[in-house]
Design a protein around this ligand. Structure first.
Ligand code: HEC
Length: 161
């Protein structure tokens, strides 16, 4: 009898822990899976907004599953580059948060002056908060290795500026 009681108590404790985890997920202010932007935690709610914004404003070029355009490493006849993937197979994670923000807001010319590119500038189309949400969503899809690598680049960029 005594043993059964201990097992039941254990099950109840596990149930409470599971509920707490669900409650945290539903709380919009809870950081989503450790995603940060410029070192600050990104809320799960923001990432959900970012996912929708991505589908509406980025997926047409960068792919519904962040897979990029076909043959994205080959220059187009126009001399410009196709849209690269935003998942771990691309090189979005080679750039700091600061650079990703600047590229999305101002186009690639924002970080490489006089560079000609088909990447539109979203200044005036998306607010700064919306750009952060989209980038938060993109970052939330990266595996741990890419996230850790990119977090370090972001931290170093922070020191330099
Ligand atoms: C009209 C097509 C198009 C749309 C829409 C578009 N992009 Fe791009 N994007 C590109 C192209 C093309 C490039 C490659 C630019 C180059 O290298 O010349 C690019 C590059 C980028 C890069 C740099 C990636 C890297 O690894 O260097 C980022 C970041 C980016 N886009 C973010 C976004 C975000 C976020 C959105 C949605 C808000 C978006 N893009 C919408 C075409 C697009």
């Amino acid at each position: 009898m005594k043993r059964g009681g201990i097992i039941l108590a254990g099950a109840a404790a596990a149930g409470v822990a599971a509920l707490a985890a669900v409650a945290q997920q539903e709380n919009g202010d809870a950081p989503a899976d450790g995603v940060t932007f410029r070192g600050e935690p990104v809320a799960a709610e923001e990432i959900a907004v970012g996912r929708e914004l991505y589908a509406e404003t980025c997926a047409s070029c960068h792919g519904a599953d962040l897979e990029g355009q076909a043959d994205w490493k080959r220059r187009l006849d126009s001399g410009r580059m196709p849209a690269p993937p935003h998942d771990e197979t691309g090189h979005t994670w080679h750039h700091s948060d600061q650079d990703l923000f600047a590229i999305t807001k101002g186009g690639v010319e924002a970080v490489v002056p006089d560079y000609e590119s088909d990447m539109p500038a979203f200044d005036g189309i998306l607010s700064d908060e919306e750009i952060e949400a989209v980038l938060g969503y993109i970052k939330s899809t990266w595996p741990e290795r890419q996230r850790a690598f990119q977090a370090e680049i972001t931290a170093n960029d922070e020191e330099g500026s």
